[in-house]
Design a protein around this ligand. Structure first.
Ligand SMILES: [Zn+2]
Length: 124
């Protein structure tokens, strides 16, 4: 169980956090605040996609690639649980809502640019 960053109660199940992306949110069953993970967590997916995509191009193929992908998946999941914090997702009218939304847009776009930019760079 993970602690709610607002009230400190352990109300968030591991599976709930696993299924939560920056776009998805859940409510704390104790204080009712909307919770999510920061858009920056997308960079973990970005790194995994780039590694999975780059490996065959670096000569890692077949069973080695499968083993490596499992390893990447494990590291990514571990990193997500260990280092990605739960955050209070501000709602319209809350102080700092616009700033959070602006940051989300920036990191959301940066995720696409970094991920697909790297894949295009690796392809050509
Ligand atoms: Zn709470």
């Amino acid at each position: 169980m993970f602690e709610c960053p607002n009230c400190g109660e352990k109300t968030i199940k591991k599976w709930t956090k696993f299924c939560m992306g920056p776009i998805r949110s859940t409510r704390c069953s104790h204080c009712g605040v909307k919770l999510s993970v920061p858009y920056k967590s997308l960079y973990i997916i970005s790194a995994l996609l780039i590694l999975i995509y780059a490996s065959p191009r670096l000569g890692i193929r077949g069973i080695s690639h499968l083993i490596l992908m499992s390893f990447y998946g494990f590291i990514g999941t571990y990193g997500y649980y260990k280092f990605v914090p739960l955050i209070v997702k501000l709602e319209e009218g809350d102080a700092g809502y616009k700033e959070q939304r602006r940051n989300n847009t920036f990191h959301g776009l940066a995720y696409f640019v970094v991920t697909f930019g790297a894949m295009i760079a690796l392809t050509i």
